[in-house]
Write a protein that binds this ligand. Structure first.
Ligand SMILES: [Fe+2]
Ligand SMILES: [Fe+2]
Length: 197
């Protein structure tokens, strides 16, 4: 790992011990490892993937109230039904907080952090890797992740991302959870792309 990234990784790792509970800390390290190995397979910057993976849940342990307050402070636009969707804000507030904590950090990294919950219609390769690694990292046990884990690294990255998005939508619907309007927009834009529209 390049010095610049190794330094951020080491410092972040220590700070995260105070910000996250044990499970979330291990999850973050696991996302970093998974993202790094995916980056290697897909020819994406491994250092950026590893650091973005470690930092992606920076604000995950904040309460809904804290997240809303933080989002207001950062001037982040918030959806309706905030009471059901506030937890999603940890991605955007985390990205802003990371930018403050590590001035000069590559904006590709903070963008990937910001997009790891609701995704975006124009995901970069790094964005997709962090989104997917968050779902398939080995400590995660949500539904049946075997099909996704099996094709990771073997199919084109965008297809893997679409499959991950599909799983997330399915998961939300089955559990009767709210879907963020941005996620629906992302889903529709990728479906349109798949159909060559
Ligand atoms: Fe997260
Ligand atoms: Fe996560």
């Amino acid at each position: 790992m390049q010095d610049e990234y190794q330094q951020i990784y080491n410092e972040a790792r220590l700070i995260l011990e105070t910000r996250l509970n044990e499970y979330r800390l291990l999850h973050s390290i696991s996302v970093a490892d998974t993202a790094a190995s995916m980056a290697r397979q897909y020819g994406v910057d491994v250092d950026k993937a590893c650091v973005a993976g470690l930092l992606h849940d920076w604000d995950k342990n904040l309460s809904d109230e804290e997240l809303v307050e933080r989002a207001r402070g950062f001037g982040i636009e918030m959806a309706d039904r905030l009471e059901d969707l506030a937890f999603l804000l940890h991605a955007q507030t985390g990205a802003m907080a990371v930018k403050q904590q590590f001035p000069g950090i590559d904006p590709e990294i903070t963008q990937a952090i910001a997009r790891h919950t609701s995704a975006a219609p124009d995901m970069t390769e790094l964005d997709m890797i962090i989104y997917i690694a968050d779902i398939i990292e080995p400590l995660r046990s949500r539904g049946n992740l075997t099909p996704l884990r099996t094709i990771a690294g073997k199919v084109p990255l965008e297809l893997l991302f679409l499959k991950s998005l599909e799983m997330t939508m399915e998961h939300l619907i089955k559990r009767h959870r709210f879907i963020h309007p941005d996620s629906l927009q992302v889903w529709n834009s990728y479906i349109a792309r798949e159909r060559g529209m």
